[in-house]
Design a protein around this ligand. Structure first.
Ligand SMILES: *Cc1c(COP(=O)(O)O)cnc(C)c1O
Length: 372
């Protein structure tokens, strides 16, 4: 038996807080764990399988949830971004993306052979992406070549900043450039609808924010992109080329579907998550640990600067690993081993007493080492 050391720990790793399985998904995982189990009654297209009800999920529930015309399943947020980039790519084409974009956005663009222009953030301490700056870079890049796509990360995975995506969308529209919203940290956590934003594509990550095993992602788009993105094979008439025919064909999709009713409900409680994050941030600041990024913060992912912990690490027996050890001792997982001065964490889904327990841990650690 392969045992997971951190299984019952309080988890504050931003990567993991939104991907924890619901009880329904755990049951479904056992039921559907066999390879290709989802294909029992497939007639040639993953999204058209009626038993289990993939068809209704992909063609009715998911588009409604994402606020878009058409949805597809992918094997992750990055694969969804790559699908769009590859479908829209042209020779010597450019993509403009925010400077807070995830590495996988950048790598996807490289794989799609696009030239990349980045919109710089405002730097320390907030690292904001400003719509005016976005427009400036669009205009500069337009002079270099054709921009086939713009991408905004909403929120980014470092600071948890939520840029003014509606404004950026309007700017892109005015310039005639399609916009992809990377909502890997939004879809499944907070309410977000493509139509309300006014963009062309939206991407989500099942294992990051939709209580799924993964690897799995979702892609939503406006109908005008159907012919470009959903182009079919010449020989295999029902197979969509960019998706290589079928994407997540198994248990990952089943867990996404099994958790979906819970996910739909939990986004309605987003206000509580924001309130919790702000409370956590304010208590951290009382201890001299400063939250960087947008303030007041609007997301559960928070980035902290802890000079006080860094100073301790210079004297502690385990050096910079002392913090990890202290948290492990308290059965809290999620701050990367070796980090002290800067780290990110997430309060998503934590109970009130768990929030207090984590805060208490910081307090105890600081007090204990103040003496050395
Ligand atoms: C985690 C993350 C991704 C990658 O998601 P996958 O579903 O694992 O591909 C992409 N973008 C952002 C902003 C992320 O935080």
């Amino acid at each position: 038996m392969l045992k997971r050391q951190t299984k019952d720990f309080i988890n504050i790793d931003p990567l993991q807080t939104g991907g924890k399985l619901t009880e329904e998904a755990k049951e479904a995982l056992l039921e559907w764990g066999d390879g290709y189990s989802i294909c029992d009654f497939c007639e040639g297209r993953l999204d058209e399988i009626k038993n289990p009800p993939v068809y209704d999920f992909v063609h009715k529930e998911l588009p409604e949830f994402l606020g878009c015309d058409i949805a597809r399943i992918t094997t992750g947020a990055r694969e969804a971004m790559f699908v769009v980039m590859n479908a829209l790519a042209k020779k010597d084409g450019w993509i403009v993306m925010d400077g807070n974009a995830h590495y996988s956005s950048y790598v996807s663009a490289e794989r799609a052979k696009l030239s990349i222009a980045e919109v710089p953030n405002t730097g320390y301490p907030e690292y904001l992406i400003k719509p005016e700056k976005f427009e400036e870079v669009l205009e500069e890049t337009k002079r270099k070549g054709e921009i086939v796509l713009a991408l905004i990360t909403f929120p980014d995975g470092n600071y948890g900043n939520l840029p003014d995506v509606k404004k950026i969308s309007a700017i892109c529209r005015a310039h005639g450039i399609p916009l992809l919203v990377n909502g890997a940290y939004a879809v499944g956590r907070m309410p977000v609808k493509l139509k309300e934003i006014g963009a062309d594509f939206i991407v989500g990550s099942g294992h990051k924010s939709m209580a799924s095993t993964g690897p799995i992602g979702v892609l939503g788009m406006n109908r005008e992109w159907e012919e470009v993105v959903l182009k079919r094979s010449k020989k295999y008439k029902n197979k969509e080329i960019e998706f290589l025919g079928c994407t997540a064909r198994g248990a990952s999709l089943i867990t996404l579907m099994a958790s979906f009713p819970t996910v739909k409900k939990r986004v309605e409680r987003w206000d509580e998550e924001v309130k919790k994050a702000r409370y956590f941030s304010s208590r951290m600041e009382e201890m001299g640990i400063i939250q960087l990024g947008e303030k007041p913060h609007n997301h559960d992912l928070m980035f902290f600067e802890a000079k006080i912990l860094y100073e301790i690490s210079k004297k502690a027996k385990d050096g910079r690993f002392f913090l990890y050890r202290e948290f492990k001792k308290r059965r809290i997982h999620g701050i990367k081993a070796g980090l002290t001065k800067h780290f990110k964490l997430s309060t998503y889904g934590l109970k009130e007493e768990e929030v207090e327990y984590v805060l208490q841990a910081f307090k105890e650690i600081i007090e204990a080492y103040a003496k050395i």
